[in-house]
Write a protein that binds this ligand. Structure first.
Ligand code: HEC
Ligand code: HEC
Length: 281
């Protein structure tokens, strides 16, 4: 079993004998004044890492540069679209997000702590789940489909007003079970290739896999604008793509498995800055 997995990863790695580059030493400052923490001491619960590193460090200079100025970051167009939606009344109550919450900037500090346990609902909620709860129970509007355009754009707006703030999700108390479930998924080998998230993003970050420079698979930069598909991509959609690459049946965006995995992966980035919407290839 173990041998087979090692063979699979060795076959996938373009140059398995070379520690190809690793993270670069650049610094990320957005618009000339917003400093982003892209490297930090690993939180204690990420026991196999000494340092946590944003995916930004593994992209090429041109891609990195796009994230350093909001005029060059195509993800910001979608943030602007979400600002319009924020101020638009919808649903049977005739209310907009702005009617109850004021300016989007009032939400600074919210993104860094999600996914988060909701006491009244008795569940761990991602940001998209919380927004949908406001839409259905407070606005009388329809829920947005998970990781659909409107949902991702709104998540990007909520991320953008928290840029530079440290990710700080809680993993103890009532969130502990969900976190443990996410951790188990992270270390489970999936698919014909029998590869876990950890096989690629913990044991091989810094190496090349085919043409891709492997990062730690952090989610502090999400939603992420990808040059590959020219749109904002959600966290669960990214997980789905990665699981599918192991030639496995995958979980759906919004599933209990991906909610748990999001909490766990987010917690591995505690201490990094919120960076979304980021630019990736
Ligand atoms: C009728 C008033 C109302 C409207 C309209 C509304 N919300 Fe809310 N929202 C609330 C209340 C009240 C809470 C706190 C509820 C809770 O903690 O369970 C909340 C909580 C939130 C939170 C979580 C904040 C935190 O600190 O965890 C987010 C994010 C949010 N709303 C986003 C939105 C968005 C986006 C919209 C528009 C699509 C929206 N809300 C529309 C009343 C509203
Ligand atoms: C076969 C190797 C492989 C496996 C297994 C894998 N990934 Fe990935 N993943 C990649 C590659 C390649 C990329 C694109 C380059 C990069 O950022 O690492 C990527 C990107 C990501 C990103 C985007 C990071 C960013 O900063 O934009 C996240 C998040 C991620 N993976 C999470 C996961 C999770 C969670 C799992 C387990 C369910 C997983 N991956 C399994 C290869 C893998």
């Amino acid at each position: 079993m173990k041998f087979k997995a090692l063979t699979a990863i060795a076959a996938l790695l373009a140059a398995p004998m070379v520690m190809a580059g690793g993270a670069d030493d650049d610094t990320l400052v957005i618009n000339g004044d917003l400093e982003i923490v892209t490297k930090a001491a690993a939180p204690e619960h990420a026991e196999n890492l000494s340092e946590v590193i944003s995916g930004w460090h593994f992209r090429d200079d041109d891609t990195q540069a796009m994230e350093m100025d909001d005029f060059d970051n195509p993800g910001m167009i979608f943030v602007d679209q979400a600002r319009d939606v924020w101020a638009t009344a919808e649903g049977s109550e005739g209310k907009s997000c702005a009617d109850c919450h004021g300016a989007p900037e009032e939400m600074a500090g919210v993104k860094p702590v999600y996914p988060k346990y909701n006491e009244a609902a008795g569940e761990v909620r991602t940001l998209q789940m919380q927004v949908n709860d406001c839409r259905t129970t407070r606005m009388g509007a329809e829920a947005w489909k998970y990781d659909s355009g409107d949902a991702i754009n709104m998540e990007a707006l909520l991320a953008s007003v928290s840029r530079g703030m440290p990710v700080n999700v809680a993993i103890d108390g009532p969130a502990a079970d969900t976190w443990a479930q996410g951790k188990e998924i992270y270390y489970t080998r999936y698919g014909q290739l029998e590869l876990s998230c950890a096989n690629c993003h913990e044991q091989n970050y810094g190496n090349y896999i085919r043409a891709d420079h492997l990062s730690q698979g952090q989610i502090n930069g999400f939603p992420a604008y990808r040059l590959k598909n020219a749109k904002l991509n959600g966290i669960h959609d990214r997980f789905k793509g990665c699981v599918r690459d192991t030639r496995a049946e995958t979980f759906s965006p919004g599933s209990a498995e991906f909610i748990a995995l999001e909490l766990y992966v987010a917690s591995r980035g505690n201490g990094l800055s919120v960076e979304g919407p980021s630019v990736r290839n």
